[in-house]
Write a protein that binds this ligand. Structure first.
Ligand code: MN
Length: 233
């Protein structure tokens, strides 16, 4: 049931905290971080109401349900969200589905918010532009590839720019909240194409939402993520 070794490792890593367990920490190991901008910062591309509901209700529900699934499982609850999703196959079968959905939901959305900013968009520059050009031919071709992956994702899911196991840039799409980390990929940037991400403003026009989303991108953050994902270590 409980991975004893994992638990002991975690306890050593949080020395004092292990001796003085905090009740709130034990009940809420993962938290909903504040958005790095106001709800209306991404207007007119993504409307304030969508951001408020998407972050405050949808993302919050993933965090709350992840914490519920991990209640009493200190070895898992003490992991970082990244480590939890990378090692998701070692999660006990009884709660694995919940961790895939809610842990994935928490991680994916945390990344998603960070990729956008007020007055974002434009084209990448420097090393980011070079890497995208080398992998896809041009930024326009990359946009087309990411958009096609997003458009052809039937139902709910995400499209991602990832660095794969061979260290190459690639575009992939996953259903639901399946996390690229769990597939051994390093996610650089991704777009949420669940209807909750766009329905209030765009209704069924996913293509219009995607086109607008590119105008919100924070290339400083994406460049940093790309550099990290391609770093040889
Ligand atoms: Mn979402």
């Amino acid at each position: 049931m409980t991975d004893r070794r994992g638990f002991l490792t975690a306890a050593v890593g949080t020395a004092g905290a292990a001796l003085l367990p905090s009740i709130s920490k034990a009940q809420e190991p993962f938290t909903l971080e504040k958005l790095p901008y106001a709800f209306d910062a991404l207007e007119p591309h993504i409307d304030a109401k969508t951001m408020e509901i998407h972050w405050g209700r949808h993302h919050k529900a993933y965090v709350d349900n992840l914490n519920k699934a991990l209640a009493g499982k200190e070895d898992l609850a003490s992991k970082s969200i990244e480590r939890l999703m990378i090692d998701v196959n070692s999660v006990p079968a009884a709660i694995r589905g919940s961790v895939i959905n809610n842990g994935g939901g928490h991680y994916n959305h945390s990344v998603f918010w960070s990729l956008m900013k007020k007055d974002g968009g434009g084209e990448p520059t420097g090393a980011t532009a070079k890497a995208i050009d080398q992998a896809f031919g041009s930024y326009a071709k990359f946009q087309e590839k990411l958009s096609t992956a997003a458009m052809t994702r039937f139902g709910s899911g995400w499209s991602w720019l990832v660095v794969n196991q061979m260290g190459m840039l690639d575009v992939v799409s996953f259903p639901n909240q399946d996390c690229p980390l769990s597939a051994g990929l390093k996610p650089v940037m991704g777009v949420d194409v669940w209807e909750h991400a766009y329905y209030l403003k765009y209704q069924n026009k996913r293509a219009d939402y995607l086109k607008a989303w590119f105008n919100t991108l924070n290339w400083e953050v994406i460049g940093d993520r790309l550099a990290q994902a391609t770093r040889k270590d």
